[in-house]
Design a protein around this ligand. Structure first.
Ligand code: FNR
Length: 190
């Protein structure tokens, strides 16, 4: 069976190392996962003024999240937190009140930084946000990627075999997690 995974890159930078990481993860993932990027860069800054009449960008974002079997957030850490563009997208998906698109969506959170903590603080913030939004998250393994440009080719090929093995393992565990959550969400499951 194929599972539709919507992935969100938390950086808008053209040369984003997290975009490179996202390509590596897609390459290393089990064949059961089919990936579509959910873009965040065209969303206006959210305000609840929009709730009465969501603009096309907001509707498209929510539809893309809802059409996904699972979500994968691949994001940098900015100032020890979630990049503003990604938090803005999450706010869009969470509203209007009562129409939270993230509810029950199995989610993975991963990110790369040149620094030693590899986005750990961003990921902790994301867990808080996604817990509030009722999105179950892969807890183990955690993946805090300290980015070394020598490990990755620009197309996402992972040159360092130890890194490739680690990321392959992460995606295998993520795939199993998505399957388990979808089975638990299925009608009739107690
Ligand atoms: C950073 N960077 C950064 N790194 C980190 O490990 N912890 C942090 O809190 C921050 N804060 C931060 C804020 C802002 C505004 C920028 C632009 C950068 C460095 C960051 O990890 C590095 O620029 C990465 O290349 C960002 O990932 P992308 O955008 O290349 O995917």
């Amino acid at each position: 069976m194929t599972y539709k995974i919507g992935y969100l890159v938390g950086s808008l930078a053209k040369g984003s190392i997290n975009r490179t990481l996202s390509q590596a993860l897609i390459t290393l993932a089990p064949d059961d996962l089919e990936f579509t990027e959910i873009p965040i860069g065209d969303l206006p800054l959210y305000s609840w003024d929009y709730d009465a009449d969501f603009p096309a960008e907001g509707r498209a974002f929510k539809q893309a999240v809802e059409a996904s079997d699972g979500l994968l957030f691949v994001s940098p850490e900015y100032n020890r937190s979630i990049p503003g563009a990604l938090k803005n997208a999450i706010d869009w998906g969470s509203r209007p009140w009562g129409q939270n698109s993230f509810a029950r969506k199995p989610s993975g959170i991963i990110g790369a930084s040149p620094g030693g903590i590899g986005t750990a603080v961003m990921q902790a913030s994301m867990r808080s946000v996604l817990s509030f939004l009722d999105a179950p998250q892969l807890n183990t393994p955690e993946a805090y990627v300290t980015y070394d440009a020598d490990d990755f080719a620009p197309d996402g090929t992972v040159v360092n075999e130890t890194t490739a093995q680690f990321l392959r393992h992460y995606m295998g565990e993520y795939c199993g997690f998505v399957q388990r959550v979808l089975a638990a969400n299925a009608p009739g499951h107690i």
